[in-house]
Design a protein around this ligand. Structure first.
Ligand SMILES: [Zn+2]
Length: 445
């Protein structure tokens, strides 16, 4: 709308930032047309992170179960959660959801009156391909690095890499190392996946190396989510010690907790070696956990320093700015050239704090070590809504720096281009990976 008034500095910056195509470092979106998760999870999908706020609000477990069970009428779901809506409706997660619903479906905010219509529209959206509209026309995302998270019915198991099934119009698929969580399980899955005996530690590591090598040309990164289940205190464990623990695991003998941790530590070191070998950054979950009920000590970042120091040739991308330990993350990235900070999810859970963190990053760090956006959403509405919130936050931060005389307007846009596009594109070699996926897909046809 042209009002004849000159746009404010922040408004001008926001308009120019809107034209920057984002390299989105993290999503959990399904491929276009794949509605299996939507069908399976219904409202769980729609609410996504709002559920974390419901948990924080003390939601009754049975009410939440009733609200998210498949086959329940949308209004019934709404009513089951009625006592908790006021507590969560002003939170950041609900704002992101509402921004996405407004932008994609023209629905101003979720309410009892429109919840049935919203569900119906989501369903239509996923089946009929609003990916172009949501991710390109509205969010202006060049490519999203995606962890599809759940096994797809077409997968051979949770370790399967979507690889060439991921449409490079929108996605590059991470290599998710699901080999170090429950080690006994992981060993069996890896052996099945490779279709061969994995009889000792050397064979186990060889299988992991081969599994990664199959997709290394297409994968932009190795994703590690161990930060959900343990502290980030990865310590060196000798080959001999790890071999003994691996032998017992393979023989089906249970390991004590400390032993399991030691074997995990050994595998994480090995993954870091593989990352260096293939030039694949390790995306590490650090900081805040989704879902509630976790342990604060697992959000701490100091113990991570050892792993970073042992692997100077491996790039580490710290997801979620290690919130609330974002200042520690900045210091780690300042001390070590191989550490980058990633704002994925951050503008959705703490938009005001993310602005402060971005200010600190721009003061303290080389600008190309900041990845400024990753949606981290299960649905288009979240990815889109989050991208709008992030662009606004970035525009506000940069406008303030221009007003202080620390940047010119032109310089501010150069920063925005680096943190939203050029920096992450270089870190994850997205142009090279996209070209490799396209070439392999067309050779297959
Ligand atoms: Zn995620």
């Amino acid at each position: 709308m042209d009002t004849g008034q000159p746009a404010s500095l922040c408004g001008r910056l926001l308009a120019a930032i809107g034209a920057i195509p984002i390299v989105d470092t993290h999503e959990h979106l399904e491929e276009e047309g794949n509605t299996s998760r939507l069908e399976r999870s219904g409202w769980t999908l729609l609410l996504h992170y709002v559920q974390c706020d419901l948990v924080a609000a003390g939601v009754d477990g049975l009410a939440l179960q009733r609200a998210t069970a498949p086959g329940t009428a949308p209004e019934e779901r709404w009513d089951a959660l009625a006592p908790w809506w006021p507590a969560v409706s002003q939170g950041a997660y609900m704002r992101v959801l509402n921004r996405g619903l407004a932008a994609l479906h023209g629905v101003p905010s979720l309410s009892r009156g429109n919840v049935a219509e919203v569900e119906a529209r989501m369903r239509r959206t996923y089946a009929t391909g609003a990916y172009q509209k949501a991710l390109k026309d509205l969010a202006n995302i060049e490519v999203s690095l995606v962890d599809p998270l759940e096994p797809d019915p077409r997968d051979q198991g949770p370790l399967a890499h979507r690889g060439l099934a991921c449409d490079p119009t929108y996605f590059l698929c991470d290599y998710h190392e699901r080999v170090t969580g429950d080690l006994a399980n992981s060993h069996q899955r890896l052996a099945r996946r490779l279709g061969r005996e994995v009889g000792d530690l050397a064979a186990w590591k060889g299988a992991l190396a081969d599994d990664l090598a199959r997709v290394a040309a297409w994968a932009p990164a190795i994703k590690c989510t161990l930060g959900y289940s343990r502290a980030l205190d990865f310590e060196p464990v000798t080959e001999a010690d790890a071999a003994r623990l691996a032998a017992r695991t393979i023989a089906g003998q249970p390991l004590a907790e400390a032993e399991h941790k030691a074997l995990q530590d050994h595998f994480v070191d090995y993954l870091a070696d593989l990352g260096a070998e293939h030039g694949l950054p390790l995306m590490f979950h650090t900081g805040l956990h989704a879902g509630g009920g976790n342990f604060l000590e697992r959000t701490r970042l100091e113990p991570f320093t050892g792993l970073v120091r042992r692997h100077p040739r491996t790039r580490f991308d710290l997801f979620h700015i290690a919130y609330p330990n974002d200042r520690d993350a900045i210091v780690l990235a300042k001390y070590y050239g191989n550490v980058s900070l990633d704002f994925c999810w951050a503008w959705a859970f703490a938009p005001r704090d993310a602005e402060a963190t971005l200010h600190a990053c721009l003061d303290l760090l080389p600008v190309d070590k900041v990845c400024a956006f990753g949606g981290d959403y299960f649905h288009l509405e979240g990815a889109l809504g989050h991208s709008l919130v992030a662009r606004e936050g970035i525009a506000r931060v940069l406008a303030e720096r221009v007003e202080r005389g620390w940047l010119t307007e032109e310089g501010a846009l150069a920063v925005a281009l680096t943190i939203l596009h050029d920096g992450p594109a270089r870190l994850f070699r997205t142009a090279e990976k996209l070209a490799a996926v396209r070439a392999a897909r067309s050779a297959r046809v």
